[in-house]
Ligand binder design. Structure first.
Ligand SMILES: NC(=O)c1ccc[n+]([C@@H]2O[C@H](COP(=O)([O-])OP(=O)(O)OC[C@H]3O[C@@H](n4cnc5c(N)ncnc54)[C@H](OP(=O)(O)O)[C@@H]3O)[C@@H](O)[C@H]2O)c1
Length: 338
């Protein structure tokens, strides 16, 4: 499509007030890619909400970049419409990514993404499946390999051998991020993957690589640790609160405790805390090269993505309600173009 045949106004979901979680479906002016920048105009086929995202600007106002409009949803699959001449992603390229949440989001018919954020869409995935991947896979990759200390060499036998000696625990192994943490840990050679899951998800998380399930409806992480189970080298937490407090009792001296929910120091016990535990909270960064690696795993069948449900743009309220329910299995998707 040439840029001259583009609509002037496009359908968009809008959060009119960043202090509230209310959303409306409206029309907004199309945003053009700025000349002389890395911006690409993208026709959006599918996007995805992330639980909690409607309060990110209220809670982390420092993330906001100039020009941000309250369009939510930062995952994206779509087709490049205009591109800088130097970009490897020229018009017609089918791409997927998760853009920086400081900018205007992707729950609109056309959006903007940068060269560094983009990767080619895995060939064997639908638009909806492709949009389910980026945020969750970035977060899992960065939690395990950039912050968690696992060796990222899944083509490298030495790296796999090193990882095979680690015990890794995931506090929600059936959620959007958890399904990727489980799969990437397995691919990277980890042999002991302990995953918390509800009773309906036990077989499901085992199919992703979890080797021991803690049924959270029957046993808390604290009770599991107190029962004398061997302590673990690395915990990736998505829940915060009491589960994160319990995680301190399950990690070994010298281990690593990562939370994507809140700083682990917030929940560190005042007494008898394990010694020398490296602990971090981080916010994922979009890195196109990591999505290229993930695309390879998806295309060769080593990893799969998990879509909880697909909704049309008009069904945005249902989509956000499901995403915020605390119980999706994998990712909730909003379809924007057919
Ligand atoms: N820092 C970052 O960069 C970053 C990036 C991505 C996400 N996040 C945050 O990470 C959190 C998790 O996101 P997500 O999208 O992965 O979550 P999600 O998809 O909403 O998680 C849902 C899953 O959690 C399971 N679950 C619910 N309560 C549980 C419990 N007490 N113990 C174990 N499992 C439980 C549910 O299983 P059942 O149905 O069986 O209950 C369901 O499968 C959110 O707060 C999100 O905002 C942060």
């Amino acid at each position: 499509m040439s840029s001259t045949s583009l609509p002037v106004q496009i359908r968009s979901i809008l959060q009119p007030d960043f202090q509230k979680t209310d959303l409306i479906l409206t029309e907004l002016p199309i945003q053009q890619a700025k000349e002389g920048t890395d911006e690409h105009l993208i026709k959006v086929y599918a996007t995805a909400p992330c639980s909690g995202e409607l309060l990110w600007v209220r809670d982390f106002p420092q993330i906001v970049l100039p020009g941000k409009v309250g369009v939510p949803c930062y995952d994206l699959s779509g087709v490049v419409v205009t591109a800088p001449a130097s970009s490897p992603f020229q018009p017609g390229a089918e791409i997927y990514t998760r853009i920086d949440a400081g900018r205007t989001g992707n729950a609109r018919e056309y959006t903007i993404a940068l060269t560094s954020e983009l990767a080619l869409k895995p060939k064997n995935l639908s638009w909806e499946e492709a949009a389910s991947v980026p945020l969750s896979a970035f977060t899992a990759y960065q939690a395990l390999f950039e912050h968690g200390g696992l060796n990222p060499g899944w083509n490298d036998e030495a790296g796999k051998l090193e990882n095979s000696k680690k015990r890794v625990l995931i506090t929600t192994s059936s959620g959007a991020v958890g399904v990727w943490v489980a799969q990437l840990a397995k691919i990277a050679g980890v042999k002991d993957i302990i995953g918390m899951a509800g009773p309906n998800n036990i077989d499901f998380v085992k199919s992703l690589g979890v080797t021991e399930v803690i049924n959270y409806k029957q046993q808390s992480l604290g009770a599991w640790a107190a029962a004398g189970n061997p302590k673990v080298d690395l915990i990736i937490d998505m829940l915060g609160n009491q589960t994160l407090a319990d995680a301190w009792t399950a990690v070994k001296d010298g281990g690593v405790l990562i939370s994507i929910r809140e700083p682990p120091e917030n929940r560190k016990p005042k007494e008898n805390a394990p010694k020398d535990v490296a602990n971090h909270f981080f916010i994922m960064k979009p890195e196109g090269w990591q999505l290229k690696e993930i695309a390879r795993l998806l295309e060769n069948g080593e990893a799969r993505t998990v879509v909880d449900s697909v909704w049309n743009l008009e069904e945005f309220k249902e989509a956000f309600a499901k995403s915020e329910s605390g119980h999706p299995r994998g990712k909730v998707i909003i379809k924007v173009h057919e």
